[in-house]
Structures are given as C-alpha cells and as structure tokens.
Design a binder for this molecule. Structure first.
Ligand code: FEO
Ligand code: CA
Ligand code: CA
Ligand code: CA
Length: 678
C-alpha cells in the first residue's frame, strides 16, 4: 500500500488529538536521540544533503561500504544482463527488449473451472470469493513434481480501491462511506486474502489450471486458528470465540514468505485500518484515563497501533470490526499466517510467537544451527525490524514437526549502532523492562504489544521497513526502508541518516560467519535512493547507475536463481517528484558494481510493482501490478482527476470500454526461452 494510504487519509489521524498530527511526533513515542543523531548534528544538514562531507564523515553516516566507487571485493555474483529500459510514465507497462510480460491472472478472473468470464457489473461477495482477488502483492511459487513445468502459485491480495471496483461510488475522500452498502462490503472482504492456483507451462507459456485440486481462495472470512503465546489468552477472546483460539479471516496481506517445508506465509500489514467505532470522539478520548476515557484496558494498545483508523466501514455491517462492540478483535490481526497450499482443506494458522505489528513480510531460512530464522519489517514510520528464531530445529523429512517450528521461539528487535554493529534485543516477558510495572503480565502481552515492548528496549526507529530478505547465496540480509517524510534532523540515527527521507534506502546486514542466530550482526548502507544528479537529495549509488536506473521508495525485493537482487518500488504519489512510474530494478550487491541499479520493467500509471518471484530454473519471473490507475493520477497532466470505475486514468491491462483497470499478475519470460538476465 502506498504511503498516502498509510497515514494521510487516516480517519484516526484526523480525529486524533492535534499533538498526534504534528509533523514530527510519530505514533511511536520513542524519542530518544541516538549517537547517529549526535553525529548528524555535528555536520550541518546542508553538508549531509549536498554530499559535501569528507570521506570519514560520509563513512560514519552511510557505513564503511557506502563509498561504492573503487571498493575492491571479490566479484561473487554475475551482473544481470539485459538492455536497460527507459524510465517514464504512461498508460501501459514496459519490459526490457527481448522479454515478454503477459497477464496470467487479473482481478475477477475465475479460479475454478465451473465459472463464467468476469463481469464487474455482476460481482457479488459470493462470486468474488471464488475469483482472483484485488491488489495482488506477494507471490510465491511452489513446484509440483520435478519437471519445473507445473506448480502452485500463492498470491496475496492486500486491499481494495472501492471507487474503481464498484460503479457509482465516485468518492473523493476515503472516509466517505455514504455509498458503500453491505453488498459492497461483502465484495471487499472477499477481494482480500490469498489466492492459491495451480499453473502449468506448455510451449513456454504458463496458464492457469482451473480444475487444479489445490485451487483455493482465502478471504477476510476464512476460518483460522491461533498458536503460540497469545493463543487462548484473555485478550484474544471475543463474544463469538470465548476460547480465544479461532478467528475469521486475514487482512491487508502485503508481502510474505515461504518455508523450506513448502508452506506459504502471508503478512497482515495495516490491520488497524479495518476497525471503527460508533462514537465520533472515540479516538480523542483514548488518551483520557478513567471512566470518561474510551478503549478500556486496550487504550494503550489502540493508541500505539492507531486503532481504530476506519479506512473501511466493515464495522457497520460486521460488529467484530467495531471496537466498541468487540474490543479484542483487533488483537486477532497483525500476525503472520501460515497456509499449507497443497491441502485446500487445511486451516491457516496465525503464529503469535512472531509478534503483532504491521508485518510487511516474513522471509525465513534454515540457519546452520538448524533453527528457522525469520525476518520481518514493521511498515510504518519510525517502526522496527524484527527477527524470530525457532526453539526447535528443522527436520528435513518430518513435515508435521516442521509445521510447528513457528509456534515457539524467540522474537527480537534490531538496534543499529553507530559503529556499524547491530544488536538483536530479545522480547521476552520478565526480562529487562518487560515486566508488570510496565504493563506486561505474560509473553502474550509481549507479542500482542510487540511495538510497545520494542519501544521499551530502545530499538532503532526506522524509515518504514518493507521487505527484509536474506540472500540464499551470500547469507547477507537486505532491509528495505521505503521512505519517511516525517523524520526530522533531530531524529536521524546512524541507520536512518537522512532528514525528510522522501526516497528511502537499503541496509545490508551481515551475520557473523553466516550465523543468523547471533546476538550481534554488522550492517552497512547499500544504497541511499533518489536522483544522484540532485546534490540536495544526498543519494548514494554506484556511479555506473544511469538516469534511467536510479529509483525511489523501494518496497519488495527478491533474489533470482543466480542470487542477484531485484528491487520493486512503491512511490505512492511520490512518482510525481521523480517522473518515473514504479518498476523493477536489478541491483548489484557485490564487486566493483556494488550499488548499481538498472531498470528492467515499469508498470502503468498509478500502479506499484509487487511480488517479484523467480522460478527455481530462472526462466520465469512473476510480477504483481497493484492498484493500476490510482496513485497520483489527479496530478498526472494527461488525466488530472481521480480515477473512478466509470472514468479511470487507464484501463490497463484490458483496454476495453467498460472494464476498469485490473490489478494483474504478469509472467515475464525471455522471448525464445532461457534464463532471465543471464
Ligand atoms: Fe503494503 Fe508496506 O507495503
Ligand atoms: Ca506497497
Ligand atoms: Ca509492500
Ligand atoms: Ca520479498
């Protein structure tokens, strides 16, 4: 989801106390200034922005490997090989010469073989629950058999743009629900979640297998269970689930992960946006203690998590989304959910051991100790990066055992030190400040309020952590920080050194001797994003990066079959500053070209690019194009008004009259066959 949707249109923000809306007072109350901030103040902001710092100072601010030119390290990975695409913005998508990018699924397409073609005028909730969902995001591919030509594709559906899904909505503000009926909400809920779909490759082309026995839609209404420390806790109990063990649905499924035992992980990101209250002053009164306050025992948690933000009016038709009626329901979202794609009757599990926050993703690996290590970013301004280490060890041929690995372990949060080290701080009840005096009475409280626990441990507030991706080849971990326009100079720190960070940056974390369980890693800045030709931006790229190749607001990333890093962007309306549509870029991480980026694909106007996912043979790349025709189209000269169902900025990818733009999953292949970018 784009930056504007995260905060600026939030009813929470508009209703909250004026102090909350102040530009530099984030929701995260951790205002401690780090050593990095001290360093930043030692150099004037002008020096930093103009890139006029000396080598020593710049190294301090950006890490030892940030001075990319001339860095001598063994070339361990080949560069991606393709002719770079020209940057720009128009109604269509574009791919590098010699490649094809074809639609595999679009919003509304049938997932089962007994269905008719999509007609958006006839869409019901029941229909939508059997069709491809909206706003496709993370993608994972699970091979079936050994031939490489058949597999299960799992795709997240993050959120909906109702004014483009439904005829006659035409709303100007997200908080205007006057035309959103129960029938609309039913479609919205069914358009969220996950699609599991079998696909097959014939004659170099992938196509859906509509009678695939694993095909499935998971929605905001699908029954799920909890495990881990919060399962069954009093704060998880509701009127319809007095045991606190069962919940309906998953929400705002952004990025995710896949496990070595063949399951899919979907991350619940901006869950706070789905909850509302009846009282118009509910949020204002959260800060009032005692009987005249609101929120009861959950008030602190609501405030810290911006609950209720009322981006949707599901609470008008389903009382569980109304926090006055069902105060614990928000505690049941914001988790990582494990889904077994091979069994369409399996019940998804929300793993509370992994903590509750706006999870962007959940990529994991088997550490050399045999434990599962999972990394997850909390995507909001000034939030944190987390690591989970399983208590038990992976067993190659014991899937039932492996399916429990995410149920128990240690959750930690990252503190980035100015000397280039980073400490993983365990979030364990009873240790340090995580005690009853600070409102924590069990590990359930710690995981439910992971953000508050991390505040107390003085973790490093980051510039909106998106994907946190370990390289299967080098073991280094890449943390994508998309941007943070509210970071002031006084609140910079070593790992987030730029005030008003409009363009984002990428941090590389290195475990010692490849030990992902270690308490201390080292870290370095790979890239500071933005236009390298504008000194004030303070961008850092390998000088071989062209005017087409630099990017802004990195979001999702993936490694290809050769271990090369690819970055997809989500600028939101920020593309109006860069003049570039969101795209997919190949980035060198090793050798003399470290920090070079090249443009491979760009999406249509108003879309972000999500879910880069390569097949193991390196011949196919899946790309999810999300919210085409939405972001920034009001200021795009050829259109200059908001998109609606009747009048969208683009009708990508169909370009048929009366068909609105459709978020779509693309399949990228090399014309004539072969590995991508080799
Ligand atoms: Fe849903 Fe952080 O992107
Ligand atoms: Ca996004
Ligand atoms: Ca994302
Ligand atoms: Ca990723």
């Amino acid at each position: 989801m784009s930056g504007t949707m995260h905060d600026d249109e939030s009813a929470y923000e508009s209703k909250a106390a004026a102090a909350e809306a102040a530009d530099d007072i984030p929701n995260n109350p951790n205002t401690e200034r780090s050593i990095g901030a001290v360093i930043a103040r030692r150099f004037s902001r002008r020096d930093i922005l103009k890139g006029s710092l000396g080598v020593a100072a710049a190294t301090t601010l950006f890490g030892a490997n940030a001075l990319i030119a001339g860095r001598a390290e063994a070339q361990a990975l080949p560069s991606a090989n393709f002719k770079e695409l020209a940057a720009g913005v128009d109604e269509r998508h574009h791919i590098a010469e010699g490649y094809a990018a074809d639609v595999l699924f679009s919003w509304g397409d049938p997932i089962f073989d007994d269905m008719t073609a999509f007609d958006p005028h006839k869409l019901t909730g029941e229909e939508q629950a059997r069709r491809f969902g909206y706003n496709n995001d993370y993608v994972a591919f699970f091979p079936l058999g050994n031939a490489g030509d058949r597999g299960l594709l799992c795709i997240n559906h993050e959120y909906v743009n109702s004014e483009v899904i439904f005829p006659g909505i035409n709303r100007l503000k997200r908080s205007d629900f006057s035309k959103i009926t129960a029938a609309h909400v039913s479609v919205e809920m069914a358009a969220h979640g996950v699609t599991v779909a079998e696909i097959v490759r014939e004659d170099d082309r992938w196509r859906p297998v509509l009678n695939g026995k694993s095909n499935r839609r998971i929605t905001a209404s699908t029954p799920m269970t909890f495990d881990g420390p919060a399962a069954g806790h009093a704060r998880m109990k509701t009127s319809t689930d007095p045991e606190g063990l069962r919940v309906l649905g998953t929400l705002n499924n952004c990025a995710g992960g896949h496990t070595p035992w063949g399951t899919y992980l979907t991350a619940e990101e901006n869950f706070h946006g789905y909850f509302s209250a009846d009282a118009p002053d509910f949020v204002d009164k959260l800060r009032v203690a005692g009987p005249s306050g609101t929120g009861g025992a959950e008030a602190r948690s609501y405030l810290r998590n911006r609950i209720p933000s009322a981006w949707y009016n599901w609470g008008s038709y389903h009382t569980r989304f109304n926090v006055e009626r069902e105060p614990h329901e928000p505690n049941r979202f914001g988790w990582i959910v494990e889904i077994d794609p091979s069994d369409p009757t399996s019940t998804p599990v929300k793993h509370t051991a992994l903590g509750r926050f706006s999870h962007e993703g959940a990529e994991c690996l088997v550490d050399k100790s045999g434990r599962i290590v999972l990394y997850s970013g909390d995507d909001a301004r000034f939030e944190y990066i987390y690591r989970f280490v399983s208590r038990d060890r992976y067993r190659e041929s014991d899937r039932a055992h492996n399916m429990r690995l995410l149920s128990e372990g240690t959750l930690s949060v990252a503190r980035y030190n100015e000397d280039g080290t980073l400490d993983w701080l365990p979030l364990v009840f009873g240790e340090g400040p995580l005690t009853p005096e600070n409102g924590f009475h069990s590990q359930a409280d710690v995981v439910i309020d992971a953000r508050i626990a991390a505040d107390l441990l003085k973790a490093t507030p980051m510039d909106r952590p998106e994907d946190v991706q370990p390289s299967p080849r080098t073991g280094k971990v890449y943390a994508i920080l998309t941007n943070n326009d509210r970071r002031t100079a006084a609140r910079t720190n070593a790992a987030n050194p730029r005030p008003e960070n409009a363009f984002g940056h990428i941090i590389e974390m290195t475990p010692p001797d490849g030990d992902h369980v270690a308490a201390r890693f080292t870290w370095d800045m790979l890239i500071a994003c933005g236009d390298p030709a504008v000194a004030e931006v303070g961008a850092r790229w390998n000088p071989a990066t062209t005017a087409d190749g630099w990017f802004s607001s990195p979001d999702n990333c993936a490694f290809d079959a050769d271990g090369r890093l690819w970055i997809a962007t989500d600028q939101g309306t920020g593309w109006l500053k860069t003049g570039k549509a969101d795209g997919l870029y190949a980035v060198d991480t090793e050798g003399s070209l470290r920090g070079r980026s090249r443009l491979f694909f760009r999406g249509p106007i108003g879309a972000e690019v999500c879910g880069p996912c390569f097949t193991p043979d390196g011949e196919t790349l899946f790309l999810a194009v999300q919210h085409p025709g939405i972001d920034g189209v009001h200021a795009w000269k050829p259109f200059a008004r908001p998109s609606t169902f009747e009048d969208p900025a683009t009708r990508w990818p169909d370009f048929e009259p009366d068909m609105p733009p459709r978020p779509s999953l693309l399949v990228v292949r090399r014309k004539g066959g072969g590995r991508i970018a080799s």
